[in-house]
Structures are given as C-alpha cells and as structure tokens.
Design a protein around this ligand. Sequence first.
Ligand code: ADP
Ligand code: MG
Length: 722
Amino acid sequence: MTPTLPPPNGALRVPARNVLRDVEKAFGQNTFGLAEMKSRLPKSVYKRLTATVERGEPFDETVADAVALAMKEWAVERGATHYTHWFQPLTGRTAEKHDSFITPNAGGGAVIEFSGKSLVQGEPDASSFPGGGLRATFEARGYTAYDPTSPAFLVEHNGSATLCIPTAFASWTGEALDHKIPLLRSLEALNRQATRALALLGEDVGRVTATCGSEQEYFLVDGALFEDRPDLLVAGRTLVGAAPPRGQEFDDHYFGSIPERVMAYMNAVEAELYALGVPVATRHNEVAPGQYEFAPVFEDANVAADHQQVMMMTLQRVAKRYGLACLLHEKPFAGVNGSGKHVNWSMSTDTGLNLLDPGDTPHSNLLFLFFCTAVVQAVHLHQDLLRASIATAANDHRLGANEAPPAILSVFLGDQLSDVYEQITAEGKATASKASGFLGLGSPVLPTLPRHAGDRNRTSPFAFTGNKFEFRAVGSSQSVSFPLTVLNTIAAEAIDDLTTKLEAKLGRKRSKKAVEEAVQEVITESIREHTAIVFNGDGYSDAWHREAVEERGLLNLATTPEALATLTADKNVAAFERYDVLTRAELESRQDILREQYALTLNVEAATTESMAKTLVLPAALRYLMEIGEAAEAVEDLGLDTWGARETAGGVVEHVNALRTALGALAAARAAAHEADDEAAAMTSEVVPAMATVRAACDALEKEVPADLWPLPTYRDLLFTG
Ligand code: ADP
Ligand code: MG
C-alpha cells in the first residue's frame, strides 16, 4: 500500500483567509444539537426536550414523533441514507446496525420514513454481544433506548452519511449490557447526594453533574509498515521487536515540532471532530517517538464519554487517509512509554459552580473541603474498584512499568492542599493556606509569573490538579465510561456518608456557624481516617511500593485477574446496589466478561507470537544459516582462511534452539491454561512469562540476522514514521 500523502502545499505561505472563522461556522454542524432542535421543533416540544437534556427530567415520549421527524429531515438534508442506534456494548467498542430511512409503500415505490418509535427503541440481537452469563445465548432479545442527553450525529462516508443516535443497550430482562446505562445511573446518584449535601451547606442548586475531559494518547505508524506486522494487525501491539539503537532517551520528542504528515493528519482529525461538536483543544507530541496526544475541553460526563468514543473512531479512520495507522493500544512497543488516557473529573452545579475549585484560600473554603474530602475518602475505601475499572491485559503492561502510575492507587494533593489537610489532621481545622506566590526569572525583560500552589506529579495515579482530579491510570484504548461510573458512585457514597454525619451533628440547627463547625468536625474525622491514601512522593520508587503495602495497608493489585476479583467484594456490590447503579448480577456479568476478554486477548497474543516465531522468525534465521554456510564454502573454495563462520553460525543456532525450547514451553503453557480452573489467572502466571521468553529469543535473533532477511518492519522503521 502506498501512503497517500497530503496534497502539496504549493508555495510555503500561510493561507490568506481566516481559517478559524470556518472552524467556528463548522463547529457542531454534523450534530443534531440544541440549536438545531430549537430551530426545527415546535416550541412546546423543544421545551419538554430541554427539560430532559438540561435538567435530567424524564423523557416525554409523546414528543418522540416530532423529534424523530425533525431529526430525520435534518439528517436527510445532509446526505443521510441510514440511521443507527449507536451503543457501547461491553466490548469497550461501539456498535451500530444501520437501518435505511427508505420504506417501500403499497404502490411499489418507497417513502422516506422515521418514526418516534424507531427513534426511541431499537431491537438489536443481544446474543452476539457479551452478556457475561446474564442470559443464555438463545435468549437473544435486547433493546436499545434513545439517550436524548447526548446529541445525535452524522458520520459521512463517500458521499452519503449515517445518522448515529446515541443509545443505551439492555437485555430483554432490563439488565444493562452496556457502558451508558450504569454511567447515567451513577450520574443520577451523584446528583441526588451532592444536591442534598449542597442544600445543607446553604447552596441552592438545581442539579449537579460530573464533568470529564480526557486526554488521549496514541501512536502513529506508517500504514504500509503496519500491514506488514501481523502482531499490530491482530493484537494492536508488537509481540516481538528488539529495542532500536535510539529510543526515547534523548527526551526530545515531547512537545517537539510535529512532522508535516502528522500535522496534516491532526488538522483533518480536528476538522472532523469540530464538525461533530467534539471540543478538541490541545494537540502535541508525547514522550515516546511516534506518540501524540489530543485533549478536549471538558464536558458533562455522559457526553464526554460518547465524544471520547467518537474521538477514538475518528483518530483511526482518518489515519488511513494519510497512509498512517493510529495505535490506541496501551503498550504497542516494549521499552518505550505506553499510552494512557488521563480522565480529568470534577463535579459541577447547574449554577456554574465547580465543587472542586479551592479558590485562593482552600483552608477557608469549606464547601470545597467537604467535596474534596469526600473524594479522598471514596478513593481510600474503593481503591480496588478504581483499579478494577482500568484492568485490562493491555493496561497491565503499563501500570507500574516505571513510566505510568503504579497499580497502587493513591491520591496526590500537592503542597498547598496537603498543608491544609495536615493542619486539619493536627488541629481539627486549618487556619492558613500557603500562598502560591510568584516566580522571577532573573531577567528584567521576562515577566514575573504567578506560580501554582502545587507542583505536578507525573507518578501519581490520581492527582488533584488545581480544580479537578486527574485519574491518570486509565488506559488509552479504554472507554472512559466505567472509570467514570465508579468515580461517580463512590463519590456519591462518600458524600452521602459525610452528609448523613453532618445531619446527625446538626440536629435541627441550621445556622451558618453551626453548619461550619459541624463541617469542620466531619471533615476532620474523615481525613484522620483516610489520610493513608494521600501520597505526594515518587510513585515509581520501590520505597513507595513497600511503604504503601506494608505500612499503609494499601492494595497493590498488580494484575488484571487480581483486580477484577474485587469487583464483586461485598462492600463494592453494596455501594453499587445502594445507589441503583449496578445490581450484583450485573456486576458479576461484567466481571465474567472482563475476565473472559482478558483471557481471549492473551490467547490471541500467544497464538500470534507462536505463529510469527514459527513462520517468520525461524525461517529467517535458517536462511541466514544457509547463507553463512554458502559463504563459508565460497571462502574455502578460494583457499582463504576461515572467517569465523562456525562461531557466527553457532551464535545463531544457540538462539534458534532457545526459541524452539521457548515455543515448546509456550504451547505447554497455553494448553495448561485452557485446562485450568481459573483460565485468566493461569494466563497471567504461565502464558505471559512464556510469551516473554519466546520474544527474548526472537529479539536476540533480530540483532543477528541480516536486515534484508529480517521479515518484519523493525522498531526503528515503526517509531520514526514522519
Ligand atoms: P492540565 O494542565 O492540568 O492538564 P488542562 O487545563 O490542560 O489541565 O486540562 C486537562 C484536561 O482537563 C482538559 O481536557 C480539560 O478540559 C480538563 N478539565 C479542566 N477542568 C476540568 C473540570 N472542572 N472537570 C473535568 N475536566 C476538566
Ligand atoms: Mg493533564
């Protein structure tokens, strides 16, 4: 495949037109958002719809026909031929079944039709999606349900378009089979508990929602090279591959200048995302060669989760156009940084108040301290759930690999906030906040910079970053929905707990002073109990791993099976059930699905490793041995001295033997894992190390075999795609 390069720029000059004006006009043009609805719907219908979209009120189904009609007209005017209920099954990807707008009529012709019923409910066959034992395969019925709070959008392909309607996906028995239902339920739980707390704290708000902005890291490799790597094609990551002579040790890629082809690609991605109303804001090179990042402006968590899926789809789709492949895998290359998705999360009111904004003097901001304390408590009590929410075979390579946060959950608060909490722990209240101050740079021409109250900490899995928490351990290919669902649920539980304690302390009293005193007490008690989760030091260090586990009693769930086992712990089931987010049965089904996906992933990787080693690496090594033999003969024929042919061949044979032994061990490990009671655990303990041994032998051969005989694009080829 020849890479399609972007059209040449012609003369090197900037375009003489206002590019941003076009972007401004095009923003959201492929979405059926509020503005479009307002202009197309009768006033009364629009009003009822916004009651749902903006205030979370129940969707009034009597307006469905009117909404469907307007949506259809809008979409058809823009080239739509089909519509689809777009949903997020537990595969972590999105699903779509397209239905035509065209319906045959009695006269042998056809009409364009789309009813309220088709908008509101779909009926995909549920049996081909993971159900995790919730139902038998023959019980196939499943339903999709319209989510009016996330705007419908158009995906264009070659001159026509498909209307994608965000939907929830449930079984015939009403159990959630997707990521959206629990997310929406968790948002409702958070809303209920946070508005209850705020009422007590004297803040009159209508609604509280979670906000989310997720930074997406990804790799780009040349599309033709990608297709020559069976492992990238099938498993999304390289299963063999020796370290290149130059990796990321120069630290020169991060924020480096963006190569021209990549820049053209990023522009195209942005244009599509803008049209889809996805507010991408930042683009830059990441730490590893070939690694990049996009970050959007934060939004309501449900819309942000849908947009995050749209972003991943767009990144991969547009890459092909530029002869590139976009790798979303958490660890496509050994020895260089992996990719994460930092999920920035906060809680926000409909009055525009960010509940995690400390202001300049956090010590006196009791409202902030109340909610921030609740989050710290929640993370301490449910470290295991947060860890489980990011547990995948791919993310296991990243967590704790000295480049990404460890598998141990802890909370980074930064200097200023930690100081406030230390005062509270010691004195029962805080009386001062460290000033953030200014930074002079020693030259009169440079401005004096206001300095943040705390430094950053790249090693923390869960960091307070000014006015939000950043869950940095989430994997790059993951849906953000489940991590968000967990965060919302455990925050709701902690807010509920603190509010109940507050109510108990206050009795009938409601004076400002009484409330303030009670809040101080409640916060102090909570912080004293949960301070073990707060850690501002180096999360990569061995000392921390020891301290965390041995002195603080924190969990170090290093592998996916260990983490997933905690999903159904009684306290976790209780939290999910108390707030009607997931039932025990739904949680158990998720656990089954995730465990199965883990085992399937490793199985595919193991099979691919085996076949690459046997059909690509070994033959290349044998060809090299033949060449050595021929060369030795030729040298001998010429009557010249030997040149070390025996030693050279001997080195290769040694690696070949090692590889053959390793392959035998891998086959045995796979067979044993299939027989094991706990296949996932056996995969971790037997198959993962066996794959690593095969890889080591392959990589040793890669360093010996001549480049023209090596059958795979190397790390050097892949990582330095321009
Ligand atoms: P940082 O410099 O800490 O990475 P940025 O302002 O660049 O902060 O934000 C990183 C991400 O966090 C962006 O996606 C941004 O929209 C998001 N973000 C900012 N404020 C909030 C908030 N209140 N809630 C959720 N996400 C937020
Ligand atoms: Mg960040």
